[in-house]
Design a protein. Structure first.
Length: 374
């Protein structure tokens, strides 16, 4: 029986399409999905029958694993509880997006162990599992409604070119699928980048949409300093922090990025594009640091999501961030370990700024001693 083909560009109500896709997967049938990379074909990872059909449709040997498509970076920890720092960074910064992360399941393999045995063999035959969060609204909506993840692979026969349109996927897989969702040509038209990552390092197994240089930056540790306006305290803290980390790592400030450490600053009520206060520039210049070209930026969801460590000048700043982004709780701390505030020097004399910079430096020195920069 030929599959049902739905053109998403002409669908009156995408919710109906999502419900139909969920039902098709729940019945143990295959669905062809559009993604941002290439077209994929998937089965419910809770269905042994569906995953067996996926092997048959692909013409793939049983020892070639499928990826697990999941809802979000947060859900990844349910499947791989100890996925490691670098893997966690890449997940947080790249998903939804064109990266498949291959990570060790480890002992106590989380929800991977709750999948049917044949599915476990299909997605984690060698103790690792490939996780993917596709950047396509319909796929994500299906994942939110489906009980469990999707075993996902490219919608082509093994060894054949990837399908970048629904018609190519249909030509390759024919009546072996139950439903085809057509959303035109794939945005990138090339496969996802496959990265194997653990606690401290990563290896690119297949370069796709995301290149090596981008991966190097995305896997770096990011420290974010936060105050109110991003013209006084946090800019001073940024350049001081950079100097302290460089000293600990035995490199120059300019070499920090090569050591996979990035330092930035922002303000919870900052106007974009403002320069630093003249007093802040003068005070850090006394320490051999340059703040003259600093440009203020407001704190954004992207900055919060990407940062590994967020240090705020006051407890009030920390609470304000947590009210908006409660999921970042474990990554947000005050600059001072005891939780007390570093007061705003705005409107004060150069001596007031100098005292503030000293307080910031002393507090950051303690933080740097505690941090493992890897």
């Amino acid at each position: 029986m030929p599959p049902i083909v739905i053109d998403l560009r002409q669908a009156d109500d995408r919710r109906d399409v999502v419900h139909r896709a969920v039902q098709t997967l729940a019945e143990g049938k295959l669905v062809v999905f559009p993604t941002e990379t290439v077209y994929g074909v998937g089965a419910s990872a809770c269905s042994s029958v569906g995953v067996e059909k996926l092997f048959e449709a692909k013409g793939r040997s049983l020892d070639a694993p499928f990826a697990l498509a999941i809802k979000s970076a947060e859900e990844a920890h349910d499947y791989v509880p100890n996925m490691g720092q670098v893997a966690g960074r890449l997940a947080r910064r790249c998903w939804p997006g064109p990266i498949t992360l291959v990570v060790d399941c480890g002992e106590g393999r989380g929800l991977v162990d709750q999948l049917p045995k044949i599915v476990q063999q299909a997605v984690a035959p060698n103790g690792t599992v490939g996780l993917r969060v596709p950047a396509h609204d319909v796929v994500l909506d299906v994942l939110r409604m489906l009980a469990g993840p999707i075993a996902l692979t490219s919608a082509n026969r093994s060894g054949e070119p990837a399908a970048v349109t629904a018609s190519q996927a249909l030509d390759a897989l024919g009546d072996q699928v139950g439903l085809v969702l057509d959303d035109g040509a794939s945005r990138y038209g090339q496969p996802s980048t496959v990265v194997q990552a653990n606690d401290n390092e990563f290896r690119c197994l297949r370069e796709g949409v995301v290149g090596q240089n981008a991966l190097d930056r995305l896997s770096s540790m990011i420290v974010l300093l936060v105050c109110t306006g991003n013209t006084c305290r946090s800019p001073m803290a940024e350049v001081i922090m950079r100097q302290l980390i460089a000293k600990k790592l035995g490199c120059t400030d300019a070499e920090l990025e090569q050591r996979n450490v990035l330092v930035a600053s922002a303000g919870i009520a900052a106007a974009p594009g403002c320069g630093p206060s003249p007093e802040a520039v003068d005070v850090v210049k006394e320490k051999g640091l340059d703040l003259a070209n600093h440009v203020s930026q407001p704190l954004t969801e992207k900055l919060v999501r990407h940062a590994d460590l967020i240090l705020t000048m006051t407890a009030g700043h920390r609470h304000a961030i947590l009210r908006r982004w409660p999921d970042a709780t474990e990554r947000i701390h005050t600059v001072r370990s005891d939780g007390t505030d570093i007061n705003d020097p705005i409107g004060g004399s150069t001596n007031v700024y100098r005292e503030c910079a000293t307080e910031v430096e002393n507090a950051l020195q303690k933080r740097v001693e505690e941090i493992d920069f890897c």
